[in-house]
Design a protein around this ligand. Structure first.
Ligand SMILES: [Fe+2]
Ligand SMILES: [Fe+2]
Length: 159
């Protein structure tokens, strides 16, 4: 079984949940990449990073997949800056139905640091997803996303 198959097995039930699928209808960093595809990407990159950096791979995959579960169209928000500050807490609230552990809630809550200055990562898993989110955002905004094989597989799941 290759890494992407292991990742898919680990996240199977969560990926199929209607609440998670609802992120597929929300555009995220770019119009062409949904919030669901971004979250799948972050979850997968975090999962792969954990092989080298350690940490609880299952909590990283779950926290990564739920980290942007804010479920609203942020372009309709009054202020983009406000959205940047509040969406991690919105995601924690929406993800509570998935029985979050304290570690998983921390991963979601702290993914925007340093924008959310006081929510800084203190645990390895929080740091890994924070880093994965930034790597993925850069890949999406620059278009590198479309050239990565893992993204092609992950994007197909989000369709
Ligand atoms: Fe986010
Ligand atoms: Fe994100």
């Amino acid at each position: 079984m290759n890494q992407i198959q292991k990742f898919l097995q680990m996240t199977g039930d969560l990926r199929r949940d209607p609440k998670v699928r609802a992120m597929g209808r929300i555009a995220h960093h770019t119009e062409r990449i949904s919030c669901l595809n971004h979250c799948l990407f972050v979850s997968y990159v975090g999962y792969r990073l954990s092989r080298f950096l350690g940490g609880d791979a299952r909590a990283i995959a779950k926290g990564g997949l739920l980290h942007d579960l804010y479920l609203c169209d942020w372009k309709k928000e009054r202020s983009l800056y406000r959205h940047l500050l509040v969406h991690p807490e919105m995601a924690v609230r929406n993800a509570q139905s998935f029985h979050l552990t304290a570690l998983e809630a921390g991963i979601i809550r702290k993914h925007m640091w340093p924008v959310t200055f006081f929510a800084f990562p203190t645990r390895r898993e929080e740091f890994i997803v924070n880093l994965a989110d930034k790597i993925c955002a850069v890949a999406e905004v620059t278009g590198l996303y479309w050239h990565l094989n893992c993204c092609k597989s992950l994007a197909a799941l989000g369709e």
